[in-house]
Each structure stands twice: as C-alpha cells, then as structure tokens.
Design a protein around this ligand. Structure first.
Ligand SMILES: C[C@H](O)[C@H](O)[C@H]1CNC2=NC(N)=NC(=O)C2=N1
Length: 120
C-alpha cells in the first residue's frame, strides 16, 4: 500500500471491497498512521483506533451522526463506541478482508476533519 498524505487521502473515495486482497502489513499501517491524527494500531494490527473525550453524551451522538454520514457517502463503515457517557472511540477495519485497507485510512483522514465538541 502506498503511504499517502492526509490531503491525498481526503481527496480519495473508499472503493467497494469484496475481499480477495491482502490486508496492509503492520509496518505499512504504522507508516501511514504517521500522516494522520492520534490513531493507534490495535494489538492485533487488524484495526486502527482513535479516542476522544467529548463535552457530553449528545456531543458524542452528534459526532457519531457526522461519522455515519461520511460512512454512507464512502460506503465504508466504522465501529463506533460511546462509553461512560463521554468517552468516544472509533475503530476502523475492512471486514471483507479481516484487516486494514486504504479505505480505513481514507475514512480516518476524513474523520480527523469532522467537527467534535471536546470536553473543556
Ligand atoms: C460492497 C461494500 O464495499 C461493502 O458492503 C462494504 C460496506 N462497508 C464496509 N465497511 C467496513 N469497515 N468494511 C467492509 O468490508 C465494508 N464493506
């Protein structure tokens, strides 16, 4: 997988993924993550995850709504978690291949640009 800048990723659209392609390697993922916000590679190297603390529960739900609109637009969907009423985390992986593809980094770059009401 070619490492792309945030600008390049934001300018791309997720491609339908029907499986049959190799997930990107942990090293490729780590190299690509350097271009993004505070995303971490999960221990199994199959997903990327970012966390935020938002102002309140509804701020979390508004952020999820914005993520959902992105996902529907791109046809690629995050795992969304809202725990302890203000702890938001988003996980991205490509289900069809059981690991990471460029789609995940495209969506992460776009999520990084969404408005979010962080806890003051
Ligand atoms: C055809 C289309 O690519 C699939 O239905 C999409 C839908 N959204 C998806 N989202 C994620 N995260 N992984 C997938 O493999 C996936 N597949």
């Amino acid at each position: 997988m070619t490492v792309r800048t945030t600008e390049e990723l934001v300018g791309k659209k997720c491609l339908p993924c029907e499986g049959g392609v190799q997930p990107c390697s942990p090293q490729e993922a780590r190299d690509q993550l350097k271009q993004l916000g505070d995303w971490r590679l999960t221990d199994d190297a199959k997903r990327i995850r970012r966390e935020w603390v938002v102002e309140n529960f509804m701020a979390g739900m508004r952020f999820f709504e914005a993520c959902a609109e992105l996902a529907e637009e791109d046809g690629h969907h995050p795992d969304l978690h809202l725990e302890g009423y203000r702890n938001v985390s988003v996980e991205l992986w490509t289900h069809a291949i059981g690991g990471l593809s460029e789609n995940d980094f495209i969506l992460a770059a776009k999520i990084d640009r969404l408005p979010i009401e962080l806890k003051q």
